[in-house]
Structures are given as C-alpha cells and as structure tokens.
Design a protein around this ligand. Structure first.
Ligand SMILES: Nc1ncnc2c1ncn2[C@@H]1O[C@H](COP(=O)(O)OP(=O)(O)OP(=O)(O)O)[C@@H](O)[C@H]1O
Length: 319
C-alpha cells in the first residue's frame, strides 16, 4: 500500500529542555483512518504540529506526499488539511467567504464549484451566507473541516475532533469522517476517547511519553493483546474456589454464583474444555456460560501502564 506520510527518527526537545518526542518512526498509508491515541501530554499535538510544519523538529524527517515538510514546505503543506482543536476562524465572516479565503491562502485558483461541493458534503450549503458566530458548535466544527478541505488536500488531520462535544454530535462527526475516507481522503485523528478509535480507526498508534508504544491494525491489536474471559454461572453458590481448582486463573463473584476464568485469546488451547471437566469432577454444576473479549480500553490501559518510564517493577500489570 502507498505511504502518504513518512516520519523518521523524529525528536523534539522544547526550549524548556523538555523532550516531547523520542526517536519516533511512523508511516501513514493512503486511504486509511489512523487514530493516534494517548493520554494528556503524551506528544500527540507536538507530532501533528511537526508533520504540518507548525513546529520545528529537533531532529528527524517528515515527508508528506513525498515532499519534505522542512525543505519543500509549500508542496508538502499543500497535501495536508489540518483541523485544529481550537475553533480559529473569523466570527464575522460568512461561511462561504471564510472557506473561499482558506483556499486562497494555499495559492490555489478560485474554484466556486469545489467550495460548493464541500459545503454540500458537510451539510453547510444552507448556511453559506450565515456569519460564523451565528452557527451552532457542531456547525462551527464543520466549517473548520470545510476550511481544511478547501485546497483539496489528500491528507486530513483532525486534532481531537470530538473533544467536549455531546454524544449525538460525536456520532455525526464519526459519520462525516467515514464519508471523507470513502472519498479517498487519508485521515489521521488524535483522540483521548478510546471508543472513538475503536469505532473509526483502521489502524491505531498508541503514544506515551513521546514514544510510539505500538502501531497496529485495530482488529489485530485487539486479537493479539486481548484477553478473554469465560463467565460460568453456577447452579448453587460456592463459598470459595475448591482446592483442586486453585492452580487455575479463576475468581469467584461476591455472591458465590459466578466463576470467571481468564485466558489468552492468542492461545489455541483456551483451557475451557479441561476447566469444564474439572468443574464436573468436583461436583460443581453450572447453568450458563458467557465469554467476553477485552475492549480496546483494557488494552490501552495495559500498554500505557507498561510504558511508564519510571516503572520500577516490570512485572506489575493492570488486569
Ligand atoms: N511549547 C512548549 N514548550 C515546552 N513544553 C511543551 C510545549 N508544548 C508542549 N510541551 C510539552 O510537551 C508534552 C507533549 O505535549 P502535547 O501537547 O504534544 O501532548 P498531547 O498528547 O497533545 O496532550 P493533550 O492530549 O493534553 O493535548 C507535554 O508535556 C507538554 O507540556
């Protein structure tokens, strides 16, 4: 698959001496939705700002559409649309004027048909003559996307696209992102919301303390790192796990009516069949069985915990 963004050995140390990015390598593939996930201060905005040419790296290279963001800035930047976290647009301008103006900033010739298409795609056409300040929060966000798409970029960065928006608007935004991808735009979004990455992304990168802790296909990630649980509903309550079963990874619910067995989704032998035999051998009857896969949230918490630089006890893990 074609690579549209290529980041190599990126380092960023701010003037304060703080190292925000450490030896970061990343390739973004054409046409994918890539979610960059990380806790506060992990380095997401720093990384995006360097790729978009807003912040200078201390070392390393970034190619966008084959152009070097430092040495071929205009060509590289022309490939990229950026929707920043903050709504930065002139409140007194109309929707049409502000989006048209953005296109001009990239030195592109006027193209009213293109602006019309974007505004229609983003359900802003009816609002084209309205002043930005008269729009709802959700519409303002759409205007920011329209501005970012005005110069026909191949790559769209969305920095926390749904921070602080309500659930309904978040769903709207997700739908919009998928529509843009279907039209061939490569999308990179940063998010705190694990559900957002789980819902939208083809691939996920997890960043913590300036390092990319992991990059993988979402589904592969969930399969590889996922744990599964088998919940066994018992016919009669137990007071404790019988001695004969104490070697197994079992836990008993407070009311004694459910045993949980945790196993690794990667193992071919889950251990469920031997477990059920042992339950029978020990006279423990059950009424029902359910399995549950770990969510991306479980995986994320585990990864971020593992990658703490000050971690002194390597064996410690979150469950
Ligand atoms: N101009 C700056 N000077 C010094 N340190 C900075 C500067 N900008 C960011 N940092 C620090 O770099 C680290 C990474 O910040 P960054 O904004 O990239 O993180 P983030 O992952 O986007 O966080 P958030 O999710 O909170 O937006 C933070 O510790 C931040 O305090």
């Amino acid at each position: 698959m074609d690579t549209v963004i290529s980041v190599r050995n990126l380092n960023k140390t701010y003037d304060s001496g703080f190292q925000a990015l450490k030896h970061l390598d990343l390739d973004i593939r054409k046409g994918e939705i890539f979610a960059l996930l990380g806790p506060n201060g992990a380095g997401k905005t720093t990384l995006i700002s360097i790729i978009c040419g807003i912040v200078r790296p201390s070392a390393g290279t970034v190619l966008a559409g084959g152009f070097d963001i430092q040495h071929q800035y205009r060509a590289a930047r022309g490939k990229i649309g950026l929707v920043p976290q903050e709504l930065t647009t002139d409140a007194f301008e109309t929707v049409w004027a502000t989006v048209t103006f953005s296109r001009g900033l990239f030195g592109k010739p006027r193209d009213p048909a293109h602006i019309e298409r974007i505004l229609k795609d983003l359900s802003l056409w009816d609002k084209r003559n309205d002043k930005i300040m008269a729009l709802s929060g959700g519409m303002k966000r759409r205007v920011m996307i329209a501005k970012a798409l005005s110069h026909e970029p191949e790559i769209l960065f969305l920095d926390e696209p749904t921070a602080g928006v309500d659930v309904e608007l978040r769903r709207d935004m997700w739908q919009l992102v998928e529509q843009l991808r279907d039209r061939g735009v490569t999308i990179i979004l940063t998010t705190h919301y694990i559900q957002e990455a789980e819902e939208l992304a083809d691939r996920i990168g997890v960043i913590n303390h300036g390092r990319l802790v992991l990059v993988d296909e979402k589904n592969a990630l969930m399969q590889k790192l996922g744990k599964r649980e088998l919940h066994v509903q018992l016919a009669a309550p137990l007071t404790c796990i019988p001695e004969a079963l104490s070697a197994l990874p079992l836990s008993l619910s407070e009311d004694g009516l459910e045993i949980t067995f945790t196993f690794d989704a990667r193992d071919e032998q889950s251990g469920i069949a031997p477990l059920l035999r042992q339950l029978e051998d020990n006279g423990i009857e059950f009424r029902d069985l359910r399995t549950r896969e770990s969510s991306l949230e479980d995986i994320f918490v585990h990864l971020v915990h593992e990658s703490r630089p000050d971690e002194t006890a390597p064996g410690r893990e979150s469950a």
